[in-house]
Design a protein around this ligand. Structure first.
Ligand code: FES
Length: 142
């Protein structure tokens, strides 16, 4: 037979467990559904490296966001571009010069320079764009 004190202890644990479960559910309700196949971007735009908006690309390792795309300057002075929205839940990825990859700060997914997933939880690649540089002019297209 359970005495009153034992009952209250068990009740307390039950309430704590329920409160914890509610907290977990609350988080998941506020997080976008992860890993839905991303819609393909259809882009074709050109900008000048001399434009102040793109000044970050004058430096190795610099990157900019434009038209839903992240454009980055690699250690070999080439430019690469992929869709900026992480395929897990849509956060903007950042370019990592040392690894030459794209990292998502929200849950840690990593994509290589071609946009392929190397570390989850993302399971879909970032869409790779074609970049063509002519003098100071950079064209990016899907
Ligand atoms: S949004 Fe979750 S890893 Fe990018």
């Amino acid at each position: 037979m359970m005495d009153r004190k034992e009952f209250l202890v068990k009740l307390g644990l039950g309430v704590a467990a329920i409160a914890f479960m509610d907290t977990l559910q609350g988080c998941s309700k506020n997080t976008p559904s992860p890993n839905n196949a991303p819609a393909a971007l259809n882009v074709n735009f050109t900008f000048l490296l001399t434009d102040a908006t793109y000044a970050a690309l004058r430096n190795v390792g610099g990157y900019v966001y434009t038209n839903g795309v992240i454009v980055a300057r690699t250690a070999t002075n080439t430019y690469i571009a992929v869709a900026q929205a992480c395929t897990h839940a849509g956060c903007d990825v950042v370019y990592e010069l040392q690894q030459n990859d794209f990292y998502c700060p929200c849950h840690g997914s990593v994509f290589n320079a071609s946009g392929a997933v190397t570390v989850g939880p993302a399971s879909y690649s970032l869409q790779l764009m074609t970049v063509k540089v002519t003098g100071n002019s950079v064209n990016v297209h899907s």
